[in-house]
Design a protein around this ligand. Structure first.
Ligand code: GLU
Length: 430
């Protein structure tokens, strides 16, 4: 580009960079190309292959070429409604389901359409707040505490809202569990406590439950059970079905929020039109479930739990504090207890922490700041997914599901994340 070329960017996107989850992946790929040994604990992508039944359906439907209805293929909307009924005991009508090119895009559309404040507990997934920024929207961050397992304390939510000039103006609260970036989740009682506050202020809840099927005990509870009238339930194929690159997300709306679905569908029709047809046909098979998919999930959960626990034990020995993951594939250690030693090495922010870690050990993780934490908090997220998921699934098949995996399993089949955690722990302990 000519250096004198005028740059005429809208104010809202000036200075905006590529999303950190995708940027770290790119950076790892470049370092590897240059021959640097990198331990990829950055991007949160499922290590497991898409279940073969679902891949076969995609193959069989590759010839589908017509535009599909903007809200989604009717059989798929039916299958998603049925999925939520089966797995979440939620009565969402098929007409309340909206299919999008990834739940990320649906969240963006929601922010385009919803009038009101967005309330986001932090740490949170990297894109909720930048999406709001792109749209010039107000965001209210609600910082949570390590001591509370990084979970929303209902009293804190109540306090923040009741202190508002207009506590009852329209607000959207984002919940996400099992959580990215820390793998924690909520019990039914905790959800009921949050719902009491949500109901008091008539909040709309966006419940991002994309990791619901990766709850390690298979006991995920949707908040929609306690707040059916106000919950938009978000899911998709990316995490539990290992199909992030297929880009298929789902929102399920209660009838009371049909106006929001209508508006989002209208905007969708003017932007992406509809999700790729073959992918939607394949997704019908995924959401209908069945014995093969259930088995796949049971093995995936058992592997992730065993690996998460090993990573946790490795990190905890170094003096940092970190909660056990109960689902998904993330840990969010806080290196605060090691702050003094780190400061002596010139490290005072999470960004500096991750840069130095990458430079000095080849371990790639993401700083707490991109999850909307204070820049001087020494937190980071690691994703324990860099291993051969197909091989691990096949090996897990040889141990009956009612038994634990052998001790050597993680060491032999998931060596990458474990080695990354060892390096991180040694480096942090200085
Ligand atoms: N959700 C994944 C992560 O947090 C990656 C996908 C994305 O951010 O779009 O790493």
């Amino acid at each position: 580009m000519n250096a004198r070329e005028p740059v005429s960017l809208d104010l809202r996107v000036r200075g905006i960079g590529e999303s950190p989850t995708l940027a770290i992946n790119q950076r790892c790929a470049e370092l590897r190309r240059k021959g640097v040994r990198v331990h990829r604990l950055g991007l949160g992508q499922s290590p497991f292959p898409v279940p073969s039944l679902v891949v076969e359906t995609l193959r069989a439907n590759a010839h589908r070429k017509d535009y599909l209805p903007v809200r989604g293929l009717p059989e798929l909307r039916e299958a998603v409604a049925d999925f939520h009924h089966r797995t979440d005991r939620l009565d969402v009508p098929a007409e309340g389901v909206l299919i999008g090119p990834g739940s990320k895009e649906l969240m963006f559309l929601l922010q385009v359409c919803f009038y009101g404040e967005i309330v986001v507990p932090t740490p949170c997934w990297v894109s909720y707040v930048p999406q709001a920024r792109i749209l010039g929207r107000e965001v209210r961050r609600l910082p949570t505490r390590f001591e509370d397992g990084w979970k929303v304390a209902p009293e804190a939510l109540d306090r923040v809202l009741s202190a508002e000039h207009d506590p009852y103006r329209p607000r959207l609260l984002v919940l996400n569990y099992p959580a990215n970036p820390h793998g924690g989740t909520y019990s039914s009682t905790e959800l009921e406590d949050i719902v009491r506050v949500a109901r008091r202020y008539s909040l709309v809840l966006l419940s991002d439950e994309i990791y619901g099927q990766l709850h390690y005990s298979g006991n995920h509870v949707s908040v929609g059970r306690f707040y059916p009238e106000g919950t938009i339930l978000s899911s998709g194929l990316s995490k539990w079905c290992g199909a992030g690159g297929w880009r298929l997300g789902t929102f399920a709306f209660p009838p009371r929020l049909g106006w929001l679905l209508d508006a989002m569908a209208a905007v969708a029709s003017e932007t992406y039109t509809a999700v790729s047809a073959p992918i939607q046909y394949a997704a019908v098979t995924a959401f209908r479930g069945g014995a093969e998919i259930e088995r796949y999930l049971c093995h995936a959960r058992r592997i992730l739990r065993a690996l998460g626990d090993r990573c946790l034990a490795t990190l905890a020995g170094s003096g940092m504090r970190v909660h056990r993951a109960e689902g998904a594939f993330y840990l969010f250690p806080d290196l605060g207890p090691l702050a003094e030693g780190l400061a002596a090495r010139g490290i005072r922010t999470s960004e500096a922490l991750c840069e130095r870690l990458l430079d000095e050990t080849g371990v790639a993780v993401l700083p707490g700041s991109v999850f909307e934490r204070r820049t001087d908090e020494l937190t980071l997220r690691l994703a324990f997914v860099d291993f051969d998921g197909a091989r691990a699934l096949a090996a897990s098949e040889t141990t009956p599901l009612d038994q634990p995996l052998p001790d050597s399993f993680v060491e032999q089949l998931c060596p990458g994340p474990l080695e990354g955690c060892r390096r991180l722990a040694d480096w942090a302990a200085g």
